[in-house]
Design a protein around this ligand. Sequence first.
Ligand code: PXP
Length: 245
Amino acid sequence: MRPAGLTLLKVNVDHVATVREARRGAEPDPVEAALAAERAGASGITLHLRQDRRHVQERDLAALREAVSTEINLEMAVLPEMMRMAERYRPEQVTLVPERREEITTEGGLEVQGARGLEEFVSALHARRIVVSLFVDAEDTEIDASAAAGADAVEFHTGRYANASGAAVAAELDRLARGARRAAEAGLRVFAGHGLNYANVAAVASLPEVEELNIGHAIVSRALAVGFEAAVGEMLACLGGPPAR
Ligand code: PXP
């Protein structure tokens, strides 16, 4: 568990690449955004290399691997092609995510329970000294199955919390809190992400088991108004400030 009052932030730069791909050009550059995030105090850079390469390209992963001095968290599907990417670029962390080609973004957690070959995939990543996190819904069966698959961590999909309104907000937060306790008891580290923004992040960050948050869309959006470094700084302020280096 993290020290009290300190939740780490990894900044997802996918949507910097989304804007670039709108013109198939060279700007904006995810590396420039990553370096600004690190200057602001982010603990790492997250990117999702999708099969359809709709935003991040392999060359981005190569360039980020060269430039990033904190950590790279590579989100990827459970596929042989992606294992080759992990072998080639050696991210410090891999987050295994589901991928459906027609989705706008990652719309649900992995289905860990009953997933064939997942345990072997996790141990192949471990053999390369990569920390493995599974992006799951905060459901007991998925948490228990993640521990059984040998994962180091779970990242809870916070989309339902982020989209909730009224009394459902507290109910969703409670679901995340109960899931976080269960995951920690099972020996898993607990991360969270998806749909978190400047207004809703503090409640998730205050859950004592939650070590790390992965946030992209809200930061990239805010950066249009204040710049990338300031947008990351403002998010870190919501989490209680950047970690001491
Ligand atoms: N974590 C995971 C596993 C994701 O797939 C995403 C979306 O790419 C995020 C976190 C970040 O979500 P958002 O862009 O809504 O902050």
